[in-house]
Design a binder for this molecule. Structure first.
Ligand code: PMP
Length: 288
């Protein structure tokens, strides 16, 4: 596999970062997970904009321009003969000393991996997931905005561990007011009496790129969609539920905390949205 690393294309065996990189020492850096469908990078500009916003929040100067990163992504896909896959774009603070100070890290590092991902076993896309709510709360935005897609994912990893301990593949994380924020690596939607509902980003949800494409899909299909505060009760009593993410795409949820959602089968609106999303990813995108 060929990796893009700081201006060079190198074999994965040579793609190494320093033990003094603050991305490793402190999780100081930003990243994006991006999808490639039939030679088109899905919503590349939106991903790069989110990366730029995350970097701005951390006062991390990206080492390349928007256009240069876009080209490096496309070239990494081409060099790996990839037409469908998952791209990981990472910018770290770079090498510094053993103190926290980012200003002692003069050169951020950037690398791009173009590979594959299968987040959930294929059968769950037809049968749906059973998920749980975990005790680990989503990060308070006064501590670290959940909109920042940083290399510091411990909050989500703690929740993922709890999910696994409970025998589930994904978990709902509440915010510190007890409202539903999102899942450990996916945004959440429910359907209630024909309307699609999802928590606002202000409740602690990442502004997911898949989430925003589902908002577009709902408009295109004429299905009403609202951003609202949701509690666990709302999800237990929803007609349908599904999760969205670049790696997960759109996956139905049929059970939360042991309560069956709707008919305990992926519902008709979930199916319509999923199919429209699958069509959308084939027509939108930047040709590599
Ligand atoms: N929430 C979190 C915490 C995430 O890490 C992700 C990305 N894996 C998402 C939501 C979904 O965002 P996107 O659709 O942009 O992948």
């Amino acid at each position: 596999m060929t990796i893009y690393l700081d201006g060079k294309f190198v074999d994965e065996s040579e793609a190494k970062v320093s033990v003094f990189d603050h991305g490793l020492l402190y999780g100081d850096g930003v990243f994006e997970g991006i999808r490639l469908y039939q030679g088109n990078v899905f919503r590349l500009d939106e991903h790069l904009e989110r990366l730029e916003y995350s970097a701005k929040a951390l006062m991390l100067k990206l080492p390349l321009t928007h256009a240069e990163i876009a080209e490096a992504i496309c070239e990494t896909c081409r060099r790996n003969n990839l037409t469908d896959g998952y791209i990981r774009l990472v910018v770290t603070r770079g090498v510094g000393d053993l103190g926290l100070s980012p200003w002692l890290c003069p050169k951020p590092s950037i690398f791009i991996i173009a590979s594959k991902i299968a987040l959930y076993p294929a059968e769950h896309y037809t049968t749906g997931l059973a998920i749980v709510t975990v005790a680990t709360r989503r990060m308070n935005s006064a501590a670290l905005s959940p909109s920042v897609k940083s290399l510091n994912y411990l909050n989500n990893i703690m929740a993922k561990i709890e999910a696994r301990q409970a025998g589930a593949l994904e978990a709902i994380m509440l915010n510190d007011q007890g409202y539903v924020a999102e899942c450990t690596g996916d945004n959440i939607f429910i359907v209630h009496k024909g309307t699609i509902l999802t928590p606002a980003a202000s409740q602690g949800a990442l502004k997911g790129i898949t989430r925003s494409s589902i908002i577009d899909v709902a408009k295109e299909l004429g299905i009403p969609l609202q951003e609202v505060d949701l509690t666990r009760y709302d999800i237990w009593n929803a007609d349908e539920c599904f999760l969205t993410g670049t790696a997960a795409e759109v996956i139905p949820v049929v059970k939360l905390d042991g309560r069956e959602i709707g008919t305990a089968k992926p519902g008709p609106i979930t199916h319509r949205v999923l199919e429209a999303f699958r069509r959308k990813v084939l027509v939108e995108g930047t040709r590599i």
